[in-house]
Design a protein around this ligand. Structure first.
Ligand SMILES: Nc1ncnc2c1ncn2[C@@H]1O[C@H](COP(=O)(O)OP(=O)(O)O)[C@@H](O)[C@H]1O
Ligand SMILES: [Mg+2]
Length: 339
């Protein structure tokens, strides 16, 4: 979707991806099939590119730093990526920047879980510090008896233990910062997760101006603190009685921003290309209310019925294998904005 947006703006896109059948390679001018940290591939990419970005947060941050060291205009920065890749560094950074989060503790082993239980009480959500996505590498700790099992369930790797967010609903804010520091913020999305995986986003979320403005404030603060260029996705918990906590941020276009493809004049993908290419940012207001539903695994088999819906727009990613739970595409259903 980034490659499509870039092509429409007149750019030729080169894609570096270890998979020869990478979805983006189907719609790009050039594909380089190599590991993300392959020195020769990175050198080639730096040499042929006017600007470089990434859309997967498990690219090694060192690879982004290598590109920067080669003189490439790479954005977002390796620093923003590195912070987002470590849940402990991320939450520490968020709090230091003034963004509230749940209470948390660093976990190096089962003994730290016992300590965290004493300090914060039960339950605690234990998450691996690195490599997790779609709820993977996470387990709830309910009682001291389960410490060893939960430590193993979260991967038996350095982790973070979080207190429960106690949220009414999950929201997210998609925002962008350009090379000259200007910021554009989209209306909030309301997200429904099932089993740690995003099922559905409805946007613009029905909310109050106070909540929208708190989210905008959080976005502006984080973008500045990260000296960020590009689109960022910030996941939020709306607490009972109002007030937002930040769950995590993704230094890239975000699944909960896919509604903008059909709901906004300039969607998150074009916005990201504009930002990293040094163009002016575009408008972010909503033209429709969109319900975005992810198509997971074999749900994509319903493509014909979905394509026949008058108010639905179907996005299929061209992934070759529909493994269970894998995000294969999404459908945006459009309705009118509230008067
Ligand atoms: N501290 C928490 N309290 C309650 N629910 C949580 C907490 N942290 C995460 N969750 C739930 O788990 C989902 C996935 O967790 P998240 O930290 O966003 O990891 P991932 O990187 O897998 O998206 C969240 O969207 C939310 O539904
Ligand atoms: Mg998340």
């Amino acid at each position: 979707m980034l490659a499509l947006a870039a092509a429409r703006l007149g750019f030729d896109v080169a894609v570096l991806d270890p998979a020869p059948d990478a979805p983006a390679a189907r719609v790009a001018a050039k594909a380089i099939a190599a590991e993300y940290d392959d020195p020769a591939a990175l050198a080639l990419l730096a040499q042929i590119s006017d600007a470089i970005t990434f859309e997967f947060e498990n690219v090694p941050a060192a690879a982004i730093q290598t590109l920067a060291d080669l003189g490439a205009a790479v954005a977002p920065s390796g620093r923003a990526l590195a912070i987002s890749q470590d849940r402990l560094a991320e939450k520490t950074f968020l709090n230091a920047a003034g963004a509230p989060t749940v209470a948390f503790a660093a976990v190096g082993g089962p003994a730290d879980l016992a300590e965290a239980l004493k300090r914060h009480g039960a339950p605690l959500l234990v998450k691996s510090r690195q490599g997790g996505y779609d709820g993977k590498g996470q387990a709830w700790l309910e009682r001291a008896d389960d410490i060893d099992a939960v430590w193993r369930a979260a991967g038996a790797v350095p982790a973070i233990a979080e207190t429960p967010a106690g949220f009414d609903r999950e929201l997210s804010v998609i925002a962008a910062r350009g090379r000259s520091g200007e910021v554009a913020v989209y209306p909030l999305g309301e997200n429904r997760h099932v089993g740690g995986v995003l099922r559905q986003t409805t946007a613009p979320a029905r909310t109050t101006p106070a909540v929208q403005s708190q989210a905008e404030q959080i976005a502006v603060t984080l973008l500045a603190a990260l000296d960020y260029v590009g689109v960022i996705g910030i996941e939020l918990f709306e607490q009972r009685g109002g007030g937002l906590l930040v769950n995590e941020f993704a230094p890239r276009v975000h699944n909960s921003g896919h509604w903008t493809l059909d709901g906004c004049e300039v969607d998150q993908f074009e916005q990201h290309i504009r930002a990293v290419a040094g163009w002016p940012l575009g408008p972010t207001r909503a033209l429709a209310r969109v319900e975005m539903t992810n198509l997971l695994g074999d749900e994509i088999d319903a493509w014909q019925a979905l394509a026949a819906e008058a108010n639905a727009r179907l996005w299929l990613y061209g992934k070759t294998e529909a493994r269970p739970g894998r995000k294969m595409g999404h459908v945006n259903r459009l309705g009118p904005l509230d008067p």
